[in-house]
Design a protein around this ligand. Structure first.
Ligand SMILES: *Cc1c(COP(=O)(O)O)cnc(C)c1O
Length: 447
């Protein structure tokens, strides 16, 4: 009898079988190392990774992630008196460089570097800034919202009342008139926009103006857009009146997967910082902090051009897919001003099947809810989200996006055997093995 698991029980049973079959713990460890190698070979070298929340890190960032400093414990805030442990002076150097680099990258007064993920950044502000029973307005998933700001995520754990930000399902924009009407009635303490599906800038300033009269605060959960914001290729939420910006370090920001948080108001410093420690983080992976600091420096040098190319590539990819007969949202608005394009693949079997079919041809994407889907359709939505971070860091430009769209067409529109498309994807990917826009490899060459 199989015991109940939330994880896929078959996959776990497979792992148990491996552990039961090998000769001992050394081979168990080897099984882990082998799986990592298989992923590195396939996803790392042979695939076109078009997942929007994923970025390849530079060689130096990767080196930092396996550095000795990652074995050191450094609980607490930066500085001799603030820590529990002695011997942390070089750790303080690394962490303070990281904090100051984040402030520079985001042009703000305060930043924190200790978050294991953007999700934890969101948990930190829900802990620091709201009380049970408070009213918050956030975006629902079919319009791009994320569980972190919904009942099933950090927001839900705080017992807040959650109201939907109204969207126009044709334009995918916030319906500002309706928002104003509902916000006046609800008077939310905070409004959070955290968009996992993100194509265009959001009306931050307008929302701030609407909610300021009763002291409402706007929080920009910029998990996806953080790199674009740092690179000056998206709106600057803090300049537009957001009280707080949270972000993932491993999405467009192209650092180690983890989180960061930035703000300007000194009154928020104590509650936010103390929600991170001692509430949500203790030993916070100093290797990851070092990697994040290097990624922030890369963003200062390369961010503007790198992020600009990501946006140009997503626009070119949107157009190319559309030209290939794969409908893409927001065609009339130029498809995107971010790293994402969203295709409606309902006619090709829906997001789940399409994403898995494309993966057979080494094209990695993900299913996505789109307007018209219901939140409960999350497992079988009609949309497909495609991101251009990694292909851009591999040095690809707008013209290359037509080649990529051609692979999609062969799988989806022409129904060609995925094995034969995979062959051509492999040939296209094989010479592309270096990541650019960093101090190791510099700018893309020869394109
Ligand atoms: C990805 C995402 C998160 C979670 O970020 P992690 O860094 O993976 O914890 C939070 N909010 C939004 C809007 C996201 O898209």
């Amino acid at each position: 009898m199989t015991q109940f698991e939330v994880h896929d029980p078959e996959v776990l049973a497979n792992a148990r079988q491996i552990l039961d079959t090998v000769s001992g713990p050394a081979e168990m460890a080897q099984a882990v190392v082998d799986a990592v190698s298989r992923n590195e070979e396939w996803r790392g070298k042979q695939c076109l990774n078009l997942l929007a929340p994923e970025a390849p890190t530079s060689p130096t960032v990767r080196r930092m992630l396996s550095a000795e400093i990652g074995t050191r414990a450094a609980e607490g805030h930066i500085g001799r008196v603030n820590r529990w442990f002695a011997g942390t002076q070089h750790i303080d150097e690394v962490e303070s460089l990281c904090v100051e680099l984040l402030k520079k990258a985001f042009r703000c007064n305060y930043a924190d570097h200790r978050l294991m993920g953007s999700m934890i950044g969101n948990m930190a502000f829900y802990h620091a800034l709201v009380q049970p029973g408070d009213r918050v307005m956030t975006a629902a998933q079919p319009f791009g919202g994320h569980s972190s700001n919904r009942h099933d995520g950090p927001a839900g754990t705080r017992g807040v009342e959650i109201f939907d930000i109204p969207f126009n399902s044709e334009t995918l924009d916030v319906d500002l008139d309706k928002f104003e009407e509902e916000a006046q009635r609800i008077q939310p303490k905070i409004v959070v926009m955290g968009m996992s599906m993100t194509l265009f800038p959001l009306p931050v300033r307008q929302i701030v103006d609407i909610i300021s009269p009763w002291g409402g605060k706007f929080i920009f959960d910029g998990a996806h857009q953080a790199g674009l914001i740092a690179g000056g290729q998206f709106q600057d939420p803090l300049k537009e009146g957001a009280a707080l910006l949270t972000g993932s370090a491993g999405k467009t920001f192209s650092g180690p997967q983890s989180g960061m948080m930035m703000w300007n108001d000194p009154d928020l410093t104590e509650p936010l910082t103390e929600a991170i420690f001692p509430v949500l983080a203790a030993t916070h992976q100093v290797n990851r902090v070092a990697a994040l600091a290097v990624a922030a420096a890369e963003m200062l040098e390369y961010g503007n051009v790198y992020m600009g190319q990501i946006v140009k590539n997503s626009q070119a990819l949107g157009k190319a897919l559309d030209d290939c007969g794969i409908p893409v949202l927001a065609a009339d608005r130029g498809y995107s001003q971010s790293h994402q394009v969203i295709a409606n693949v309902g006619a090709f079997g829906g997001g789940l099947d399409v994403a898995h079919k494309l993966a057979e041809a080494n094209l990695i994407t993900n299913k996505n809810l789109i307007p018209g889907d219901k939140p409960e359709d999350w497992d079988r939505p009609s949309g497909l989200r495609i991101g251009t971070i990694e292909v851009t860091r591999l040095g690809l430009m707008e013209a290359d996006m037509a080649t990529i769209a051609g692979f999609f067409k062969r799988v989806l529109v022409e129904g060609e055997d995925t094995a034969s498309v995979q062959k051509d994807v492999l040939a296209f990917r094989e010479p592309l093995q270096d990541f650019y826009y960093n101090f190791d490899n510099g700018w893309p060459k020869g394109r």
